[in-house]
Design a protein around this ligand. Structure first.
Ligand SMILES: [Zn+2]
Length: 92
């Protein structure tokens, strides 16, 4: 996964601030509105907004991604599950 320097974003799930983003397959370079991502701290799936901040995607947005790009959807949900599982292990 390549990382790029981005405008600071704050995860709505855990309030962690990022200045780097890892580009998922098919999303090269700077994030654009509508691009999906995953918080590496809490595993929250994120979507870039028009202002290039991040929000929690709606069910419709996630369904749309799964239909348009099932591979990317799988990649992001797998990453989210992995981070969440890791967090659970660390808490126990
Ligand atoms: Zn987070």
């Amino acid at each position: 996964m390549k990382t790029v320097h981005i405008k600071a974003i704050t995860c709505p799930g855990c309030a962690f601030t990022y200045e780097m983003a890892g580009a998922a397959t098919g999303q090269k370079g700077q994030p654009k509105p509508g691009h999906f991502g995953c918080c590496m701290k809490c595993g929250q799936v994120l979507i870039f907004t028009e202002a290039l901040s991040v929000a929690i995607p709606t069910t419709d947005q996630l369904t749309g991604l799964a239909q348009r790009n099932p591979f990317l959807f799988d990649q992001i949900t797998a990453m989210s599950a992995k981070v969440k599982k890791q967090n659970q292990l660390e808490q126990n």
